[in-house]
Design a protein around this ligand. Structure first.
Ligand SMILES: Cc1cc2nc3c(=O)[nH]c(=O)nc-3n(C[C@H](O)[C@H](O)[C@H](O)COP(=O)(O)O)c2cc1C
Length: 248
């Protein structure tokens, strides 16, 4: 069997096939935290509520029909309110179930595990200094992490020289914490966790279309470079998908 044929097996469902299946949840081990926690409270920024005045389109047929991938953006900032809307649309928490057992969000997730964190490369957002940030979905806040030297050049390099990855107002970068899915579904969680990312990014496309912005999904990137830029360990937490956003 050639390599591609061998690896494609990973795309198939294995649910119910393994009779000796067990998971940490079945063994009664405590579940991992719902989301990342605040590292430095001094760096937390409360996101504003957004109103419908930021919408340029409201008809769902137009929004779905007009969606395309944009790789060129205007040299314009976006507002904090617009960023707040994009973050809520992609990972916003609507409710918490049980004693911090699960979150219900604006996107679906296999087993409501929601294994993704949202990292942002902020380049041109009114009211925010440039830098790397993390979204805190439970409180709808941002945490500023740091401002790397040559941030735009590094993200462009990490996206295999795709210039629009850094030539934008903000880049959304989703990173996965695999144990969040593995705790319940063990090795069967990997395929569903990747499927989750598609829902998140599609909501970004549609939310962008609603407010006169555009985006383009990127899966071609350098794993080590992007993880390093986001200060992720690359093993228990690593990047999976990114999508730059700007006015179009
Ligand atoms: C999983 C995924 C990965 C993608 N990766 C890239 C990429 O690395 N670079 C790029 O320019 N476009 C990328 N795209 C965008 C596709 O090229 C685009 O969706 C496709 O050409 C169809 O065009 P449309 O989105 O305008 O309908 C990706 C899209 C998806 C869904």
């Amino acid at each position: 069997m050639n390599k591609a044929k061998e690896q494609r097996q990973f795309m198939k469902s294995k649910f119910g096939k393994n009779e000796s299946f067990s998971s940490d949840q079945m063994e009664g081990k405590p579940q991992p935290p719902l989301t990342n926690s605040v590292v430095n409270p001094d760096n937390v920024i409360v996101l504003p509520e957004f109103g419908e005045d930021i919408f340029v389109k409201t008809h769902i047929l137009d929004i779905i029909n007009d969606r395309i991938s944009h790789r060129k953006f205007k040299n314009e900032s976006i507002s904090l309110e617009e960023l707040s809307f994009l973050l809520w649309s992609t990972q916003g928490v609507k409710s918490v179930v049980g004693e911090n057992y699960a979150t219900m969000r604006t996107v679906p997730s296999a087993g409501a595990r929601h294994p993704y964190e949202t990292n942002l490369m902020i380049n041109n957002v009114r009211g925010l200094k440039r830098g790397i940030y993390r979204y805190l979905p439970l409180t709808h806040q941002l945490e500023y992490v740091y401002t790397p030297d040559d941030m735009v050049q590094t993200i462009t390099q990490a996206a295999r020289k795709q210039k629009f990855a850094g030539d934008c107002a903000v880049t959304f970068i989703w990173s996965v914490v695999p144990y969040k899915g593995e705790w319940r579904y063990n090795e069967e969680s990997h395929k569903p966790m990747l499927l989750d990312a598609g829902h998140i990014c599609q909501n970004l496309y549609l939310a962008c279309e609603t407010i006169g912005c555009g985006t383009c999904a990127i899966a071609a990137y350098d794993q080590d470079l992007l993880d390093e830029l986001l200060q992720l360990d690359g093993d228990d937490h690593f990047s999976v998908y990114l999508s730059p956003v700007g006015k179009v």
